[in-house]
Design a protein around this ligand. Structure first.
Ligand SMILES: [Zn+2]
Length: 329
């Protein structure tokens, strides 16, 4: 690392600035006797950066904690093993905070939103989740400006924001989703808990069928954005490869549900995965690809703003590296 050199000129300038400070302001006691009210927790709810010629805005849909990660993640191993991993990573053993992060991309020609959060009936309904409708305007985006709603898969925390108070939140949008996922969720194949999700799907996604394009892996959403096969979490779950002017990012949807547990142990089952073995294989393949290609990742359930990179751990498995300034020009 290069040393930070402060030369004589810098030091003289600093001394000069101090000398120029009004004496009164230096000597005046601060009014510390009056208690200042605490301001309370304050966290960002949107985050914007450029990817080539595209502009990407990440929007927080929830700040909820849930019990876990075990057994939501790692249900096929001992609780203590997951707790140990949390402890080693300075995280609480029995609660965690997944991100729920819809992503807006303005390509310069069209505005796309990838997944819509929980809405009124998702996994984390209001007020703890379902923030997207309220967070669009503060993020600088009007729902009417959205041209394309892309749904990675049919789960309630991804489709729940399509409607707001019974009406389409995005009145001018067309829809894009995987053909296999659409066929599954709109059929009577889902049973048990999955049947509840299918009921929501029938209310939220099926009504837009005539405005929907059904994709298979490799198909383009718009130029520069194409679907990647990520089956297992749901039967037709899709990721997306996003490239603009030499910059690339992969949106992996729900390939990971905890930034440490899912990455360190791709073989640990996730309770939300419809086909657990297939999802584990997909995770491994996705992590291997983004690590080998050294590309940015947009991960819906990674901690907000859910943008990062992945590295291989020497002991096996992977590690999430939350972005710092890699994408800032
Ligand atoms: Zn999800």
């Amino acid at each position: 690392m290069t040393k930070l050199h402060l030369n004589r000129r810098h030091l003289m300038a600093a001394a000069g600035a101090l000398a120029a400070a009004p004496v009164a302001s230096v000597l005046r006691p601060r009014t510390a006797a009056a208690a200042v009210p605490l301001l309370g927790r304050d966290e960002p709810t949107h985050y914007r950066f450029k990817l080539g010629d595209f502009e990407v805005t990440m929007i927080a849909d929830s700040d909820a904690f849930v019990d876990g990660p075990w057994p939501l993640i790692g249900g096929n191993t001992e609780q203590s093993e997951v707790q140990q991993l949390m402890k080693a990573n300075l995280l609480p053993p029995n609660k965690y905070r997944p991100g729920f992060t819809p992503m807006v991309i303005n390509t310069g020609k069209e505005v796309l939103i990838f997944d819509t959060g929980n809405g009124e009936r998702g996994f984390v309904p209001r007020p703890a989740g379902g923030w997207l409708a309220q967070q669009l305007a503060p993020s600088g985006i009007e729902p009417e400006q959205v041209d394309v709603v892309v749904l990675s898969h049919g789960h309630p925390d991804h489709i729940g924001g399509v409607l707001d108070k019974g009406k389409s939140l995005f009145p001018n949008a067309r829809y894009v989703t995987g053909a296999i996922d659409y066929d599954y969720w709109s059929s009577d194949k889902p049973t048990g808990d999955l049947a509840k999700h299918a009921a929501l799907y029938r209310d939220y996604v099926v009504p837009f069928a005539d405005k929907t394009t059904f994709l298979k892996p490799g198909d383009d959403v718009v130029p520069g954005i194409s679907a990647i096969k990520a089956y297992g979490h749901t039967p037709g779950h899709l990721g997306f490869d996003i490239e603009s002017n030499g910059k690339r990012m992969v949106f992996w949807g729900d390939c990971a549900h905890h930034q440490v547990a899912s990455l360190a142990r791709p073989d640990w089952h996730c309770v939300f995965d419809v086909d657990k073995e297939q999802a584990a294989k997909t995770r491994e393949r996705m992590f291997d690809m983004v690590t080998s290609d050294r590309v940015a990742v947009s991960g819906f359930h990674m901690p907000f703003p859910s943008i990062g990179y992945v590295e291989r751990r020497p002991e096996g498995g992977y590690r999430w590296l939350a972005r710092t300034y890699q994408l800032i020009d």
